[in-house]
Structures are given as structure tokens and as C-alpha cells.
Design a protein around this ligand. Sequence first.
Ligand code: G3P
Length: 225
Amino acid sequence: MKIYLDTANLGEIREAARWGILSGVTTNPSLMAQEEGADFEDTIRTICELVNGPISAETVSEDADGMVREGVEFAGWHSNVIIKVPSTTEGLEAVSRLGRRGIRCNVTLIFNTNQALLAALAGAFVVSPFIGRVDDMSYDGMELIREIAEVFDQDPDIRTQILAASIRHPRHVTESALAGAHIATCPFNVLRKCMQHPLTDRGMASFLADWRKREAAMALATAGS
Ligand code: G3P
């Protein structure tokens, strides 16, 4: 399973890009709104220079014509840009029209398997089930990923990838991989937590302490000889 970063924060993207694990980035209007004063086009262009993979830029139109207009514009900014459209009937039309122009789409705000299937049939490059928000409604977000994966696997013509979104904690990352997601898009804090373990910290501390003891003993031996 590939990892994308779910943010529009350039500092976070620069740092995670240095770790060498990123295959793409997803943004959305709410994430952009957190970056006060940042220009959308500049942000997307900069992200495309930092990460060589699909970078999702989301449309804000509610009708297919508007989504296609925005999608064509965003796709012109950089070849890494993919267009995020909502999981609505207008969104489906936009996906198929953009697809005919060779523009890849991420169908977002997916909450059931039928939405994912129809998005795939319209030619979506990726579909984004929002697992955390499904969990918030007392349903099982992972079950949604598993069901979509099973349905996609039954049709050899479907090449749409499953992108697990609305990831809230490290367990969501592991479970997404096990459930059949091709990609998980993670907030920066979740990605950092994925690498945290108290036994790693304790192990490092004892390795370093032992190393220092060894050096001190060697220095003493050298001084005494
Ligand atoms: O990738 C979608 C994500 O940004 C939404 O996450 O935590 O607001 O449900 P959340």
C-alpha cells in the first residue's frame, strides 16, 4: 500500500518528503483554508515540485460544467495534478468528461460501495472512502474498504485504486492495508505517530548509554597505559 500525505501545509510536505515514503498528496478546500493567505495555484504547483506523484486538487463547483472547467485549469498547472470531484451524479459526469481529455480524477466523499463502483465505471483514477467519518457514524469504515476491494476485484476492467481517506490514527493505516486499500492518505501527525514506539525510544537510549560506557572505559584504559 502506498502512502500519501493529507495536507496543504508545505512545511509538513517538505518534512515527510525527506523521509522518502511519500507517493502523493491530497488536499481539499478545508485543508487549504487552514493555510491562511496561501494562494491555491502556487500551493499546488509547489507541492508538485516537492512530491513526484499524484497531487489532488479539489474543485468547488457543484455542476459538471464547473468541475470540468476547474479540472482543465488545475490539470494545466502540472502533470502531477489529479482532479478531486465529489461523489455526486454531476461529479460522475465530470469524471467521464475529464477522462476523455486524459485528465485523472479522485472521486472524494465516498461513503458506500455503490458510490465507489459508479465512480470506477465513470473512469475514476482513485476513489476516496472516508473511513474516519464512517466510524464517526457508528459504522465500520474498514468494512467499507473491504467491500469496495471485493467488488473491484470481481471486474478485471476496473483499474481504479482505493484511497483510504479520513485516516485518524495509525491503526487505520495498518487496517486499510489489510482491507485492500491501494493507498492511505494520512495527516502528518498520524504519519509521525506511525513511527513512534516507546520500546524504540528505550532501545535507542540503552544502545547509546552502552556506547558511551564503552567509550569511557576505553578512554580510561588508554589513559592508564
Ligand atoms: O482525506 C479526507 C480528510 O481530509 C478528511 O478527514 O478527519 O476531516 O474526516 P477528516
